[in-house]
Design a protein around this ligand. Structure first.
Ligand SMILES: *Cc1c(COP(=O)(O)O)cnc(C)c1O
Length: 380
């Protein structure tokens, strides 16, 4: 049964509405990213207390997800990841450990929803560019749903991240260059309409899975944190959490207050950080994105740039680029003092917190959530 609260799909830039009962990619008018809209004022929506009594997992609050099967949407057990205080890292630092998702990264959240919805709409063949983790997650959900997945990755992707989608039954191809080159190849493959493009924000549903991180932080803390520090590539998580907070306000759970959202990137590829500090609405593509251990952050241009920048500014947040050495040292500290053998992207968040504390942008008393977005085992 279709979700009765899922009412339309709207362009994040020009607000043009699109039929939510048909497969959609980007805005047909301005090519902006599409966002899902729900009727959040409906009296039959479950209360916060009712939600807390439901089984955990990403589909706990299926009224704000687009799939036809609600709580019975096929799942590998994604979501409801732990959020814990890491006293060894600071007075009030909390880690949201997304490595505990299926396939060892939070890419599972987006793929669980995007693939389920695409299958609802009758699609059976998918392709996507990936720096590694998205490909593994897409392959896993492809296997779960019994559909075909093709992954295109840059040549520099570690072997583990190529072996994973292969083992899960996907086709994998490598290209010279960055994920932007992989994305161009995928787009050309999908032109005929037979293969559906699952690239970040080229379809409206991956963000719906990722937004659940925003809901979970609120449920687990019992309130909003002061600061949320997020390692940003394509930006689905950042845009998704800002969307979740807006939805929570419509639901009447919170008021106008928001956590200050912080985007973290690496010095060698920081288009959002540069645009934020230049005060521009769009981010120019980053030329010559350098090598980094944080593969998930090597995204030279993102279709969600404008929405990310708006989210950072509207919440009173900021954007920080960290150096490679600084990031790797912080990744070690995340393990030794935090108990999390995490991804360099997770380390990047901790490095950013240090910078922001030193610069006086935030204080150690403020409740701060950082993300470990993948397991270290995926980088071997
Ligand atoms: C994809 C990825 C990111 C970036 O996430 P976005 O929501 O696309 O910005 C960060 N860390 C890891 C490990 C990733 O795989």
């Amino acid at each position: 049964m279709p979700n009765p609260y899922f009412v339309t799909i709207e362009c994040g830039h020009c607000a043009t509405r699109h039929d939510h009962r048909e497969p959609q990619t980007v805005c047909r008018k301005c090519r902006g990213p599409l966002l899902v809209k729900y009727d959040l004022f409906h009296p039959a929506l479950p209360s916060l207390d009712e939600l807390k009594r439901r089984p955990s997992g990403q589909f706990r609050f299926h009224e704000v997800l687009p799939t036809d099967h609600g709580a019975d949407t096929p799942s590998l057990g994604e979501g409801s990841t732990p959020l814990f205080k890491a006293a060894g890292l600071g007075r009030n630092i909390w880690i949201k450990d997304e490595a505990q998702n299926p396939t060892g990264s939070f890419k599972a959240r987006g793929m669980a929803v995007a693939m389920a919805r695409a299958v609802d709409l009758g699609l059976k063949h998918f392709a996507l560019p990936s720096n590694g983790n998205a490909g593994g997650a897409a392959a896993a959900y492809g296997a779960l749903h019994g559909v075909e997945v093709e992954v295109i990755v840059p040549r520099a992707t570690p072997q583990t991240l190529i072996d994973e989608p292969l083992a899960l039954g996907a086709k994998v191809e490598t290209v010279e260059g960055t994920i932007a080159d992989a994305a161009r190849l995928v787009a050309s493959r999908c032109e005929s309409g037979e293969v559906f493009n699952l690239a970040t924000l080229r379809e409206p549903f991956r963000i719906e899975g990722k937004k659940m991180m925003g809901y979970e932080i609120f449920w687990d803390l019992g309130r909003l944190p002061d600061v949320v520090v997020y390692p940003t590539g394509g930006g689905t998580g950042l845009i998704g959490m800002v969307k979740a907070f807006d939805e929570m306000e419509q639901l009447g759970w919170i008021g106008e207050e928001r956590p200050r959202m912080v985007s973290v990137q690496v010095d060698s590829c920081a288009p959002i950080v540069r645009a934020f500090h230049d005060g521009t609405q769009h981010a120019e593509p980053w030329e010559d994105a350098g090598e980094t251990a944080a593969y998930g952050l090597r995204v030279p241009s993102a279709i969600g740039d404008r929405l990310m920048l708006e989210g950072l500014r509207q919440t009173g947040g900021t954007a920080v680029a960290v150096g490679e050495t600084e990031m790797l040292e912080a990744t070690d500290r995340l393990a030794r003092d935090g108990g999390v053998w995490g991804s360099p992207e997770g380390g990047a968040c901790l490095a950013a917190v240090n910078r922001l504390l030193e610069g006086g942008w935030m204080t150690p008393e403020e409740t701060t959530v950082i993300f470990n977005t993948a397991s270290a085992t995926k980088y071997r």
